[in-house]
Ligand binder design. Structure first.
Ligand SMILES: NC(=O)c1ccc[n+]([C@@H]2O[C@H](COP(=O)([O-])OP(=O)(O)OC[C@H]3O[C@@H](n4cnc5c(N)ncnc54)[C@H](OP(=O)(O)O)[C@@H]3O)[C@@H](O)[C@H]2O)c1
Length: 287
């Protein structure tokens, strides 16, 4: 088995790394900061620093590796300079054998609440998602030009221990009334880790997978379920017409898109059985 490199070894990446160690595979986590490196060391994981905003990976280190690319895109514009720098570094750093890229479901844009499978056209409506699509396309060009293998996961909202909006609920930030709220989709981090490993191990070269638990609900329902499970007050509800004045620009951008993600392909082709097929089950483990 070739070495595994996890580029962007944070919340999800560290959990993938631990699973690799349990499987007795050689794994190195890469991060941007000293704090990230210290976190890896505390967890007993081999680590390296490389900030893709300003530097390329060292010579030879990526030759023949299985590369999990989990680095978020840059924060502005419509191109992902991180992924572009990574790919242009491969001539010196070495060509990975296979890359798994963690993209997002935002690349589909607003789908007006329809069920969305992997054949749905990509029509990102905000720059954040245009950068994601640019990263996907940059990697697809690399795969086409070099024969390197590529798998793309389009991941919905990740939740799990330490990744719940409890502070927001405590602050009593309002949410839009359920009947006006868009659909949103989620995946528990433990399931995402198992899906990522299965996709790296056995997905067909070039495959794209939607990653969600297959049980979409509204964003408002998400907050209400978490409040109930955590014993916190439910958020105050407001009409959509008041949302632009009361919600952050970031939340408004999420509220402007509605999709229901089909996860049929990942269940059929990767053979992963979800531990947490709905929020109700996942919250018991996450809280
Ligand atoms: N949150 C969601 O609901 C969601 C949904 C779909 C997809 N995703 C994506 O899934 C991926 C994994 O998510 P996560 O929650 O594990 O993210 P995370 O905890 O924020 O970890 C991101 C990692 O990337 C590293 N990084 C950031 N900028 C970098 C740069 N310029 N060069 C090199 N490394 C850099 C960070 O290093 P440091 O630790 O040193 O800062 C960190 O280790 C991310 O791309 C995320 O955007 C997230």
């Amino acid at each position: 088995m070739s070495e595994t490199v996890i580029l962007g070894c944070g919340y999800v990446g560290m959990r993938i790394a631990r699973q690799c160690l349990d499987r007795r595979e050689a794994v190195v986590g890469w991060v941007r900061s000293e704090a990230g490196l210290a976190r890896l060391q505390e967890a007993g994981l081999a680590g390296m620093r490389c900030d893709l905003a300003r530097e390329e990976p060292p010579s030879g280190v990526l030759e023949g590796v299985r590369l999990f690319h989990l680095v978020p895109p840059v924060e502005q514009g419509v191109e992902d300079a991180h992924t572009r720098r990574l790919v242009s570094s491969f001539d010196r750093a070495g060509q990975p054998k296979r890359i798994l890229y963690m993209s997002t479901t935002g690349v589909y844009g607003d789908c007006r609440g329809e069920w969305v499978d992997e054949g749905w056209p990509t029509r990102p409506t905000v720059d954040r998602s245009r950068r994601r699509l640019d990263a996907e396309e940059t990697l697809r060009r690399w795969s086409h030009d070099t024969g390197g293998e590529l798998v793309v996961l389009r991941v919905s909202g990740i939740y799990g221990p330490g990744r719940l909006p409890l502070a927001r609920l405590r602050q009593r930030v309002p949410m839009v009334r359920p009947e006006e709220a868009p659909y949103s989709n989620r995946i528990h981090v433990d399931d995402l880790v198992r899906i990522s490993l299965a996709a790296m191990d056995k997905a067909e070269d070039g495959a794209v997978f939607n990653v969600s638990d297959g049980n979409p609900s509204t964003m408002t329902d998400y907050f209400i379920q978490i409040a109930d499970a955590a014993g916190l007050p439910r958020p105050p509800l407001i009409p959509m017409s008041e949302a632009p004045d009361q919600l952050s620009a970031g939340m408004m951008s999420y509220m402007s898109e509605s999709r229901r993600l089909s996860n049929r392909k990942l269940l059929d082709e990767l053979g992963v059985e979800l531990i947490y097929p709905s929020l109700a089950e996942g919250l018991r483990s996450a809280l």
